[in-house]
Write a protein that binds this ligand. Structure first.
Ligand SMILES: *Cc1c(COP(=O)(O)O)cnc(C)c1O
Length: 499
């Protein structure tokens, strides 16, 4: 069965999966969604015997129907290989009867690797299929994690270049070191003197600049996006929910058909939307538990039906969830409206004009698949320390937000029966400062690398290659520009004459 994609705002014609991946965002500003969500028509007993790569093929081939079997398997094998430090790719860790789904075993030790290690291959395959002759230039503004994962994914992928802009004074020292030491002849990393919003705004402006697109085209280039609104990032994320469920069946922890709860630390709503799609495919999921930090827009939305971004932006210890506009929520809103693109566009317009929108009671009723709650900074620290002292397992602050929210869910609903899978989105080695401070105050004076050594002793988990590598790696990127000069920097990289 052919699956085509349409825009949540209804103004674009149906496109194939490969076209949706190449375009990233629809011209009308909406996001691409599958016209129908395919069923998971493989028996669970069979899935339980499959490797991660085989599971990925079963799930992704149902969505990316214009990719041939050979093309898709080739993408999968290039993505999920020895870049991951475990053959399981996404292993489950049981702690006190809760299953932590570790999504941080890839090149940059955060869950972004799950999708960004395959997106470059999907994109170059899509370019070939659609006779795109231009080289693809990925433009990304990052507040830390996405930039590094995209760099690692696209490094030395032929037919692509990747340019990442980051706020020079707005990322953690480890995050900056990870990016500026990036190897690969096609990678470019540039600091900007402004903040993340300045970088993001300038990048969006370049995407919409028709004159620039024309100049690029003449030089043999075109822009594309590695942002989480790309359907090519969403589909690979459905895989690990199916894989985790099948693993629980295989290990005899559940019987095929039993329901599980899924808990996801949420920012842009991409990861939890993938879990929702897995449920729509037929995976037996009870509740999708949406965990927020102190930027609790989503919690308020689930309680009241009003999405209101007009509030203070809070910097927390889980920075990848510090977000007030969860872009991927639009895909859920679209479904809640009964796939009414006009209504969806109206709500999104109201968000960008007035900073808020309210859904109807009828739409709110359809939200019963979800449970939302949040953790304060204190509760997050408490979850790290409780998991360490209670289960001898060290979790990062993002995962800790999910663990804390899960406890609140159990207390509120008394649902102690349904097994729970917590999406564990980052290695504690990426956030050693917050993690070690939560466990004890005796680490306060240590620098970032000394903290990693201390964490290794404490947890018995070896320091990942991603951290070991940057200790001594030479800095390869040191360019810094002002935000208004970003287009000039891009042209210089691409060898386009400045007017
Ligand atoms: C990006 C990220 C998240 C949030 O995921 P969304 O798909 O944006 O909701 C959570 N944790 C970590 C570590 C991340 O990098």
């Amino acid at each position: 069965m052919q699956v085509l994609y349409k825009s949540t705002r209804g103004k674009e014609e149906l496109v194939t999966a490969s076209t949706a991946i190449l375009k990233g965002l629809s011209k009308d500003g909406g996001l691409f969604v599958p016209v129908t969500i395919p069923k998971l028509d493989v028996p669970m007993e069979k899935l339980a015997q499959m490797s991660y790569q085989e599971t990925a093929y079963e799930v992704m081939s149902r969505f990316l129907t214009d990719f041939t079997e050979e093309e898709l398997k080739d993408c999968i094998n290039k993505a999920y290989d020895s870049k991951f430090d475990t053959e399981a790719i996404a292993p489950l860790h049981e702690a006190n009867g809760i299953y932590f789904l570790e999504l941080f075993h890839g090149a940059t030790i955060a869950f972004k690797d799950m999708a960004l290690s395959i997106l470059p291959h999907l994109m170059t395959t899509a370019a070939k299929k659609n006779q795109v002759k231009n080289e693809i230039v990925i433009l990304t503004a990052t507040s830390g994690d996405t930039g590094k994962a995209a760099l690692a994914g696209f490094a030395d992928v032929s037919g692509t270049k990747i340019i990442v802009f980051y706020p020079k004074h707005g990322v953690s020292p480890i995050q900056e070191k990870q990016m500026v030491t990036q190897k690969g002849a096609n990678t470019y990393v540039i600091g900007i003197t402004g903040n993340f919003d300045d970088a993001q705004t300038a990048v969006k402006k370049m995407f919409n600049d028709k004159e620039l697109a024309e100049e690029l085209d003449q030089a043999g280039y075109q822009f594309s996006s590695a942002n989480s609104i790309n359907i090519g990032r969403l589909v690979p994320q459905i895989v690990y929910y199916v894989y985790a469920y099948a693993a629980l069946v295989k290990e005899g922890k559940i019987k095929a058909g039993d329901k599980i709860n899924v808990v996801v630390p949420t920012g842009n709503f991409g990861n939890i939307l993938a879990a929702y799609y897995a449920k729509q495919m037929g995976l037996p999921v009870n509740r999708l538990i949406c965990a927020s930090n102190e930027n609790k827009v989503l919690y308020d939305f689930f309680r009241t039906g009003v999405y209101d971004r007009k509030r203070e932006f809070i910097l927390t210890s889980s920075p990848s969830m510090d977000i007030l506009i969860s872009s991927n929520l639009e895909r859920l809103i679209y479904r809640l409206t009964g796939e009414n693109a006009e209504k969806c566009a109206e709500l999104m317009q109201s968000l960008s004009n007035g900073g808020e929108y309210a859904i109807t009671d009828e739409m709110k009723e359809k939200l019963s698949d979800f449970y939302g709650n949040y953790c304060s900074e204190g509760e997050t620290r408490e979850a790290i320390s409780a998991t360490y002292y209670g289960c001898d397992y060290v979790i990062d602050p993002h995962t800790a937000v999910a663990a804390g929210v899960y406890q609140k869910y159990v207390r509120e609903t008394q649902d102690t029966e349904t097994p729970a899978v917590i999406a564990s989105t980052a290695s504690p080695y990426k956030f050693t400062r917050s993690v070690m401070d939560a466990i004890s105050d005796r680490y306060a004076g240590l620098d970032d690398f000394a903290l990693a050594d201390a964490l290794e002793k404490l947890s018995g988990v070896k320091i990942p290659k991603a951290v070991e590598e940057i200790r001594t790696a030479p800095v390869l990127h040191d360019k810094v520009v002002d935000a208004p000069d970003m287009p000039a920097a891009v042209k210089e990289i691409l060898g386009i004459q400045q007017a």
